[in-house]
Design a binder for this molecule. Structure first.
Ligand code: HXC
Ligand code: NAP
Length: 297
């Protein structure tokens, strides 16, 4: 297992960081890593109960401060209200992690316009709303800051069967590169991480429905394994911390070189039959319904 303690204690002390979608999965892991290293962390999502449970659990576990805010980032005004509340709670943020996302596998021909919008409204629109709400404040206050967007390796080679996600994530890569230039003079840097498979409940329920064991899907990866959470967290800390601030506009893959070896994460799904796709959809829908029943916003 990777070493989760490669950074000195307190390396993020005094930093205030918002992680969208920080109540679960990779966002929760990064929240823990940042809090452990001294940051005050805000996490947002639509399920208040999950967020509060995560915030309380991580605060107790790390001895740090993790705060929960229910917010649907698809709603621009809700984002503006959340960011205003964070600023009012203790001043400017120093960092933002655009981590919230929606995704599911589907043949593109089976998607409705609403299905496309369901993904694009979270990933493409929502992440932009949060970046803008923070960025305009940083520029007005002459505050330097760091933005990390969690992308996927299909920003480089496409994402068959996940086209709305691939299109939206690629848009965020364009945002990262564009704003690195536009906001560089303001001391605001933007970078991105493109993880390969890091098993989480949210992703696996929608991308490998029915998989018996989340840990067994490393076959086909040049390293023969999936990612380990501390590896991802360490990269997210490195990108967020001071000390390498000349790095901006970059997207770093952490995938065991899978994208150099393959032709898109889900290209093998071309072999699925119509019956297989009906089954896949039933499984994804049941995961969606379970989460929806817990939403408070
Ligand atoms: C085709 C589908 C579908 C499916 C939903 N839809 N699931 N179409 N195949 N499997 C369609 C619906 O029929 C509907 O269209 C439209 O999408 C909206 O559906 P809702 O259920 O109303 O959507 P909503 O409540 O907005 O939920 C959004 C969601 C949901 C994206 C569908 O999954 C969600 O909230 N996800 C958040 C968490 C998540 O996805 N985590 C995974 C991230 S992993 P019609 O026309 O019928 O009304 C990731 C990358 C991992 O991003 C990379 C690994 C390598
Ligand atoms: P996850 O646990 O499902 O995380 C997604 C999070 O986004 C959830 O906490 C969800 O909370 C939140 N979210 C979704 N829609 C939202 C909205 N409208 N407003 C606010 N929050 C919203 O999945 P994950 O695997 O950790 O994924 C995290 C990030 O990593 C995503 O960007 C994903 O694309 C990326 N990624 C993951 C992998 C992987 O292997 N796991 C690989 C590559 C990239 P609510 O439902 O409560 O809103």
């Amino acid at each position: 297992m990777a070493d989760a303690t490669m950074f000195r204690d307190g390396v993020l002390a005094g930093k205030r960081i918002l992680i969208t979608g920080g109540g679960t999965g990779l966002g929760k892991e990064m929240a823990e890593g940042y809090a452990r290293l001294g940051a005050t962390v805000y996490i947002c999502g639509r399920r208040k109960g999950i967020l509060e449970e995560t915030a309380a659990g991580l605060s107790a576990k790390t001895g740090g401060t993790v705060k929960a805010i229910a917010c649907d980032i698809r709603v621009a005004q809700a984002v503006e209200d959340m960011v205003a509340a964070i600023w009012a709670d203790g001043g400017a943020l120093d960092g933002l992690v655009n981590n919230a996302a929606g995704n599911f596998i589907s043949r593109t021909k089976d998607l409705s316009p609403r299905a496309f919008d369901a993904i694009a409204s979270i990933v493409f629109h929502g992440s932009f709303y949060v970046t803008l709400a923070c960025g305009k404040r940083w520029i007005a206050e002459k505050k330097k800051a760091s933005v990390i967007s969690i992308l996927t390796t299909w920003v480089w080679n496409g994402g068959p069967f996940t086209v709305p996600s691939a299109m939206s994530k690629t848009g965020l890569f364009a945002m990262t590169q564009s704003l690195a230039v536009e906001w560089g003079p303001h001391g605001i840097r933007l970078n991105a991480i493109a993880p390969g498979p890091f098993p989480t409940e949210g992703a696996w329920a929608r991308l490998s429905p029915g998989a018996a064991n989340r840990g067994e899907s490393g076959s086909g990866n040049p390293m023969g394994r999936v990612g380990e959470m501390p590896e991802l967290v360490n990269l997210a800390v490195f990108m967020m911390a001071d000390g390498c601030e000349y790095m901006t506009g970059q997207c770093i893959a952490i995938d065991g070189a899978a994208h150099q070896a393959g032709t898109g994460t889900f290209s093998r799904l071309a072999a699925l039959t119509d019956e297989d796709w009906v089954k896949v959809r039933e499984q994804v829908t049941s995961a969606n319904e379970k989460d929806k029943a817990q939403r408070s916003v």
